[in-house]
Design a protein around this ligand. Structure first.
Ligand code: NAD
Length: 321
């Protein structure tokens, strides 16, 4: 797809981060956008930012509250879109919504684990199923599924369990790669891409914990304080002398530095993704850190989960997570 003007895009998780920046850049290119998110307020802000520039006559930006892990809510989103955008076709589908958390089979609850897995994997699977009829009606279409570097490297470093997110992101990558053939056989006018970002500066850390606990509060629950202590212990840090307030401060600082000290901004990431779609690339790595990790894992897969591999990679790309 060489340009987006006059087309219609669906974005899941359009409330913040990369989803918001995709919406802004698509609108700036004259593309109609229908987004969903759990947060109506966040989507209202995305819409406001999209409208800061003068919009082309008749361009539509619509917002729809829907949880991507619940198929009925995505179907409702689709029905609302048909009405609000006055169309029965879409050209672009960005399955972008995702959260972290639920890392361990032992220290996370089953609910936490499945929440992360069902959003990161189920959201992509239901998204493709739900919007396929609208993509089939367009003269050209493109599905963009967001995986992660955790779609080919199942860790964020030694000492931290990361099973639910990694399992889901590997599933997204495998599903999207297999879709290349399924689409070419059955719907050749639709292409697809898997997006694998490295560290991108977004609020995913704080958003994920709020979605996991089902509350807006910045204050950590007792269970979260315990989990943070365990995580720090896994990283070789003695938390015994630290008060709960110290632990809470470390967690808040981590969320802030994840957003503010990343090597790639959400806006730069969205541009790389959209350029990848225009160049018809099925495999979109986002950020130098993602490219370097891809090379290193291919070079020495057997060492990928050792401390030496992590330390040497971290030193090369300057990750301070
Ligand atoms: N930020 C990174 O470093 C990074 C790296 C690799 C992959 N990713 C992936 O990129 C995607 C976008 O993440 P981001 O960093 O922009 O995070 P973000 O938290 O800024 O944005 C994600 C958005 O998805 C929404 N969302 C979460 N669960 C949802 C649900 N069940 N239904 C509907 N909306 C939901 C959130 O409310 C939020 O607005 C995610 O799939 C994430 O896993 C992010």
């Amino acid at each position: 797809m060489k340009d987006f003007a006059g087309k219609t895009a669906v974005i899941t998780g359009g409330g913040t981060g990369m989803g918001r920046e995709l919406a802004r850049q698509l609108v700036a290119e004259g593309c109609n956008v229908a987004m969903c998110d759990l947060s109506a307020e966040a989507m209202a802000e995305t819409k406001r930012l999209c409208e800061v520039e003068r919009l082309p006559q008749g361009l539509r930006i619509t917002t729809h509250v829907a949880d991507v892990s619940i198929e009925d809510q995505l179907i409702r989103f689709r029905d609302e879109l048909i009405e609000a955008q006055a169309t029965d076709k879409i050209h672009l589908l960005f399955n972008n919504a995702g959260i972290g958390g639920g890392g361990s089979l032992f220290t996370s609850t089953r609910e936490q684990w499945e929440k992360t897995f069902n959003i990161c994997w189920g959201g992509v699977y239901f998204g493709v199923r739900t919007f396929m009829p609208l993509l089939l009606k367009a003269d050209e279409g493109h599905i963009v599924n967001t995986s992660s570097v955790n779609g080919f490297w199942a860790t964020v470093g030694p000492g931290v369990s990361h099973t639910a997110y990694s399992a889901a992101k590997f599933a997204v990558k495998g599903f999207t790669e297999a879709l290349i053939t399924d689409l070419s056989l059955n719907a050749p006018h639709i292409k697809c891409s898997v997006v694998m970002p490295g560290h991108i500066g977004t609020s995913i850390v704080s958003n994920s914990r709020k979605i996991q606990i089902g509350a807006e509060s910045e204050a950590l629950t007792q269970n979260e304080i315990l989990a943070t202590r365990q995580r720090l212990k896994g990283m070789g840090i003695d938390t015994a002398p630290m008060s709960d307030a110290d632990i809470e401060k470390i967690a808040l600082d981590r969320a802030r530095s994840f957003r503010d000290e990343a090597p790639t901004t959400a806006a730069a990431a969205a541009k790389i993704i959209l350029d990848g779609v225009k160049a018809d690339r099925w495999r979109i790595l986002v950020g130098d850190d993602a490219h370097k990790l891809d090379e290193r894992v291919r070079q020495s897969p057997e060492k990928a989960y050792t401390s030496e591999f992590y330390q040497s990679y971290r030193d090369e790309v300057g990750w301070r997570l």
